[in-house]
Write a protein that binds this ligand. Structure first.
Ligand SMILES: Nc1nc2c(ncn2[C@@H]2O[C@H](COP(=O)(O)OP(=O)(O)OP(=O)(O)O)[C@@H](O)[C@H]2O)c(=O)[nH]1
Ligand SMILES: [Mg+2]
Length: 190
């Protein structure tokens, strides 16, 4: 069956090849509200017809998700995005990490609804108007651009797409952007 609706040409991607050095143990496997942070990141992307985990082979298993190893291991999220765009079918990639466990399907669908022809990225703005490149949409039309940036030594994810081709949308629920870098960033039971 060919998927239709906003998710039809979307690949869900969770990048999980980081070192968790500030967290002190593998934060992808840290449990919060009964599920691992990795599962929290994957869940709101379940409607994407293709779902990729950018991570070392054999480290994680999430039902319905395909592990795709980094092509530049240890080089950070920008390099992971390159691996994702190269592995994804032509279209959009909904790209995030394991350290944003509060993202929701509503969050992603607000970004998907903001796509227009010619855009290469759609990014949320938090309550301080800061773009969120680690919880954003990227188009596979960025492949050659990204490879060029990485080959030149660039590693900043926020520079993945040319500014003129990025659309920014205010996020309705800034709480969903809580970023987990240390165990103290995981709030207690609600
Ligand atoms: N595939 C891949 N993912 C990465 C890489 N570096 C970071 N990430 C992921 O990007 C997301 C955000 O990265 P950070 O918060 O810096 O995570 P981290 O590198 O594990 O943590 P620190 O060592 O504390 O900086 C997390 O989901 C990481 O797993 C990498 O080289 N490859
Ligand atoms: Mg982080």
């Amino acid at each position: 069956m060919t998927p239709t609706g906003p998710w039809a040409d979307v690949t869900g991607v969770v990048t999980a090849g980081g070192r968790s050095s500030r967290f002190g143990s593998d934060k992808a496997l840290a449990v919060w509200e009964g599920r691992t942070l990795l599962e929290h990141a994957c869940a709101p992307l379940a409607l994407a017809p293709t779902r990729l985990l950018i991570a070392p082979a054999g480290r994680y298993h999430v039902p319905g998700w395909t592990v795709t190893p980094d092509t530049r291991p240890g080089e950070g999220p920008l390099a992971a995005l390159e691996a994702a765009l190269n592995a994804a079918p032509d279209g959009w990639v909904a790209f995030t990490g394991v350290d944003l466990p509060g993202l929701t399907r509503t969050y992603w669908e607000a970004l998907l609804a903001a796509r227009t022809p010619g855009l290469l990225s759609v990014q949320a703005l938090d309550d301080l108007n800061r773009p969120q490149p680690l919880a954003a949409l990227y188009h596979t039309g960025l492949r050659a651009h990204l490879t060029g940036l990485l080959d030149q030594g660039e590693r900043r994810l926020r520079l993945a797409a040319p500014t003129a081709r990025v659309r920014h949308v205010p996020v309705t629920d800034p709480d969903c952007l809580r970023n987990v870098n240390t165990p103290a960033d995981l709030p207690g039971p609600r």
